[in-house]
Write a protein that binds this ligand. Sequence first.
Ligand code: FMN
Length: 147
Amino acid sequence: MFITYHDGSSREITIIDQEVPYPDGKLIVSRTDTAGVITHANQAFIEMSGYSLDELIGINHNILRHPDMPAAAFKDLWVTIQSGKKWHGYVKNLRKDGAFYWVKATVIPNIRNGELMGYTSVRRKPSRSKVDACTALYAQMKMDMPS
Ligand SMILES: Cc1cc2nc3c(=O)[nH]c(=O)nc-3n(C[C@H](O)[C@H](O)[C@H](O)COP(=O)(O)O)c2cc1C
């Protein structure tokens, strides 16, 4: 199938209906520039996404976008962080192998001397009840506004 991004670009992806459980006690960390291009990823990010560090650095963070995620969630993320605030949310991510993993994400603007340098995201293990609630909510959002 093809996934279409907010800017109208698209790429072909393969999805498999298989969840990879979030590893206990790990933090998945990445940093981006102001445009959402990946500048740093930790070992847990590499292991969970299935990409090598070389494949990740310099590409848009939307490489992880899963087609089950509603566009409105990312719209909310960008409006929040571009206004200098922290964003919290639950995200279903697409792995390189087509499987998925859920995260509880925080995205923080990195501001140095009053200047926006980029963003950092730290993810933790989400509770099963929140994952279940977001699965239903996002499916409803996609039905109301397909993207
Ligand atoms: C620091 C940071 C981390 C992000 N992490 C993710 C992520 O883990 N998964 C994801 O789908 N989008 C993530 N995004 C949002 C993407 O940049 C993008 O908005 C989203 O994947 C939807 O793609 P689109 O906006 O090109 O349609 C992150 C953005 C930032 C700034």
